[in-house]
Design a binder for this molecule. Structure first.
Ligand code: 13P
Ligand code: SF4
Length: 307
């Protein structure tokens, strides 16, 4: 079957079965084209809460599907490819952070959304890369324990010098692999390109950027900019998707290291399998009521403070 035929079949089945398809902006073009909503992790979590559909198929990674389930517990939530996890979200568990919290009793515990549902149950506020600075600024307590991404945490701390931000040694292995040397090499190959990076990159890369933001913020910046050439410092699908959207501009991936194999696991056929048989394709996200109720507190706080 041709890609366009698979897409037509998915669109027809999702309409018939009242299924909403959400796709993170790192997904492949052919998946983005059949989704009801595309965006960064914050936008997806809000869209999931508002979607009227009975079933949601998440094309992204596990923590994103868990967030949808926490916000919409009565919906059937399916992760399109059950093998798609986020290595950063798996780095810190509830037991470890429970012990760390005892050492910092006066701190507000802020969890990046790239964490498991279980870990969110013991955190105070959730943030995404697009909302972290605004939300942490609005937290009345100046003592912040930020986890798990020390690079996003360092970026927030640099924007909010009045906050006392304690960091833990976690982060995205994909973004953190990019070095200052990679930036110098890319800039000499494309001297006129504007450098846009995700705050999951290490501080010395972020400091060299012309703009730092979430996946959607990077896309918005590039689409609205009058510049013609861009070096994209986040997962390589963003450069590819931007090239489709802005054929008159030129987008270069900052480094070939920026490939998230987990985000690449989901295929159009996985999505077809999910909409053909919602009991057969993908993996249904099942969370117990107690986890949903406790994890929801910090996600609701994120939406309250971020809105
Ligand atoms: P966004 O919050 O920008 O969507 O990022 C999610 C992510 O996994 C980045 O690597
Ligand atoms: Fe997780 Fe990094 Fe992949 Fe994003 S790019 S899903 S943070 S491993």
């Amino acid at each position: 079957m041709k890609i366009s035929e698979v897409q037509t079949k998915i669109l027809q089945l999702k309409r018939e079965k009242d299924i909403c398809i959400l796709a993170h902006s790192y997904q492949a073009r052919e998946i983005i084209e059949i989704s009801d909503f595309t965006g960064d992790s914050y936008q997806l979590s809000v869209a999931a809460g508002k979607a009227p559909h009975k079933t949601v198929v998440m094309c992204g990674v596990r923590f994103m599907a868990e967030t949808v389930k926490i916000l919409s517990p009565h919906k059937k939530v399916i992760l399109a490819n059950g093998g798609a996890g986020c290595p950063m979200a798996e780095q810190m568990d509830k037991e470890l952070i429970g012990a760390v919290k005892k050492q910092f009793p006066d701190y507000t515990v802020v969890a990046y959304i790239n964490t498991t549902a279980a870990l969110k149950t013991i955190c105070d506020v959730c943030v995404t890369s697009s909302s972290a600075v605004t939300i942490i600024d609005r937290i009345p307590n100046d003592n912040i324990l930020f986890l798990p991404d020390c690079n996003l945490g360092a970026y927030v701390a640099a924007q909010l010098p009045h906050k006392n931000v304690k960091l833990l040694q976690g982060g995205c292995p994909i973004h953190a692999a990019v070095t200052r040397g990679d930036v110098e090499k890319a800039k000499s190959a494309h001297p006129n390109a504007v450098l846009l990076v995700h705050p999951e990159c290490v501080p010395e890369v972020v400091r060299l950027a012309d703009f730092t933001g979430s996946t959607s913020a990077i896309m918005d910046y590039a689409i609205k900019s009058d510049e013609r050439e861009f070096l994209i410092g986040t997962e390589m699908s963003i450069a590819e998707n931007l090239q489709y959207l802005c054929p008159d501009k030129r987008f270069y991936c900052l480094s070939q290291k920026l490939l998230c194999s987990n985000m690449k696991l989901t295929t159009l056929i996985d999505v077809l399998n999910c909409v053909e048989s919602t009991s057969g394709g993908g993996e249904e996200i099942v969370l117990d009521n107690e986890t949903i109720a406790s994890a929801k507190i910090c996600i609701d706080k994120m939406i309250e403070l971020g809105g």
